[in-house]
Design a protein around this ligand. Structure first.
Ligand code: ARG
Length: 465
């Protein structure tokens, strides 16, 4: 290992103590920003060249050196470095390649605007990756919704059998959540897409650079408007964690439903073998570990979000080292999303439905009691009274072990009322927008597929760097 390249030794008479370095260094994790750090540095060098701080030859040499540093890293070099952080690593490696000229790269720049820029570049691609992956899951759900638009199953409130719905309708509820997530991702990405580079340490840069041109060269929409805010703002990081935590909580709810649907008790669906896990002790087990992990990770993501908010809430302007702690939660959460989303997508696509069991469960008397009250209401009985009559009949049927719909008229219920109630009609009647009628679900599934395709297309048309 060569001696460590330091960016700030001049005013010190002793080198950093081992105990300081162990606590202070961020290289062990901020190396994940190396591509962004190099991209930001290349843009900075080019801008220094354009405004005459560097000669054209100097700028070219620095840019080439930076590209070589990244290529060497990508080829596996540098893993044993003891750099303080990614910025000192890159500058140190640049120095090894181009000599003292490397020392000109940091003219007019600070690690404060540098790291803020790296982070925004990283967040932009993290937002894009999340957007793409969650739309893949939404597309898988929309496909199943259209295939299963007419597959009945019990719908629940308070975990009690409530009214019948179709499996397609269940799928589309999650599609709505995911489309809102996709929207939030895009809005947050748009807000994040401003360039802090050129803010200097806190007060701005003394160089005559064109910050808007610099911002555009990195694919940003504009330069940040305040240098003090530019170096200390981590809203985009918080928004990423918020969007991720909310999205994971949607996945967690879906996981919870699917754990129940695939339980031995409900038995409405079975996990594909390749996406289930076994027990080391109980030979019969087929476990939904994947779904349980999605549920668990949602909880941890909420913690990451509140953790970062707590780090930020009392920070005085401008840069404080506390801000170094913004990175690991982001990296962890992205790691979770990268693994969880493709797994959930495969599971949704591969879930095997037990349609017979779903249908039988959906014809349970309990699920048709509302339907009986509605039948009375249709012939003019005030709904409140109809509810009372149907409730009494349900209680009597339960006590006697008879079915709610057995064709024996009772107090206030005619044979015609009973004849008009069945599962197919109960579903078909709910045909208003947003309802579970198979025709409506089929149409909603087609619309959802179009909305998803439009969101995918809009994302593909955007510059990704
Ligand atoms: N590793 C630091 C971070 O992630 C880089 C910025 C350091 N700036 C400073 N003034 N110490 O925030």
């Amino acid at each position: 290992m060569s001696p460590r390249h330091s960016l700030w030794g001049g005013r010190f008479s002793a080198s950093p103590a081992e105990v300081l370095r162990r606590f202070n260094d961020s290289w062990s994790f901020d190396r994940a920003l190396i591509a962004e750090d190099v991209a930001g540095s290349i843009a900075w060098a080019e801008e220094l060249g354009r405004c005459g701080v560097l000669s054209a030859t100097e700028a070219r040499k620095i840019v080439k050196g930076l590209r070589d540093v990244l290529a060497a890293w990508e080829a596996g070099e540098g893993r044993d470095s003891d750099a303080e952080d990614v910025h000192s690593y890159v500058e140190g490696e640049l120095g090894k390649r181009i000599g003292p000229l490397a020392g000109k790269l940091h003219t007019g720049r600070s690690r404060n605007d540098q790291v803020a820029t790296d982070l925004r570049l990283w967040l932009r691609s993290a937002f894009d990756a999340l957007h793409a992956a969650l739309l893949d899951l939404a597309a898988a759900l929309a496909t199943r919704a259209s295939e299963e638009a007419a597959t009945p199953m019990p719908g629940y409130t308070h975990s009690k059998r409530a009214e019948p719905v179709t499996f397609g309708h269940w799928c589309l509820a999650y599609v709505e959540m995911l489309l809102r997530d996709a929207d939030r991702v895009r809005a947050a990405r748009k807000r994040a897409n401003e360039c802090p580079l050129g803010s200097g340490a806190l007060s701005g840069t003394p160089l005559a650079i064109d910050r808007e041109r610099l911002a555009r060269s990195l694919g940003f929409e504009r330069a940040t408007a305040s240098s003090l805010d530019g170096v200390s703002d981590r809203d985009a990081a918080v928004e990423y964690l918020f969007v991720a935590a909310l999205h994971l909580s949607h996945l967690s709810r879906m996981a919870e439903d699917l754990i129940f649907f695939t339980s031995d008790e409900a038995g409405f669906a079975e996990l594909p073998d390749a996406l289930a896990t076994g027990s080391s002790r109980m030979p019969q087990k087929k476990n939904p570990d994947l779904l349980e992990l999605a549920r668990g990770h949602a909880g941890r993501a909420v913690g990451e979000l509140t953790g970062l908010l707590a780090v930020l809430k009392g920070l005085p302007l401008a840069y404080d080292k506390d801000l170094q702690l913004d990175k690991e939660p982001l990296f962890r959460v992205r790691g979770v999303l990268d693994a969880a989303l493709p797994a959930m997508t495969a599971l949704v696509a591969g879930l095997k439905l037990r349609r017979e069991r779903m249908r039988n469960a959906a014809t349970d008397d309990r699920l048709l009691a509302t339907e009986l009250a509605d039948a009375l209401a249709r012939r003019g009985v005030p709904f409140r009274q109809a509810h009372e009559i149907a409730g009494r009949r349900f209680a009597a049927a339960e006590a006697s072990g008879q079915g709610l719909l057995e064709r024996t008229p009772s107090d206030g219920v005619t044979e015609a009322d009973l004849a008009s109630v069945d599962l197919g009609r109960a579903l078909a009647r709910r045909g208003a927008v947003g309802g579970t009628a198979p025709k409506r679900v089929a149409q909603a599934a087609r619309r959802a597929a179009k909305r998803i395709a439009a969101a995918q297309k809009a994302a593909a048309g955007r510059s990704v760097r």
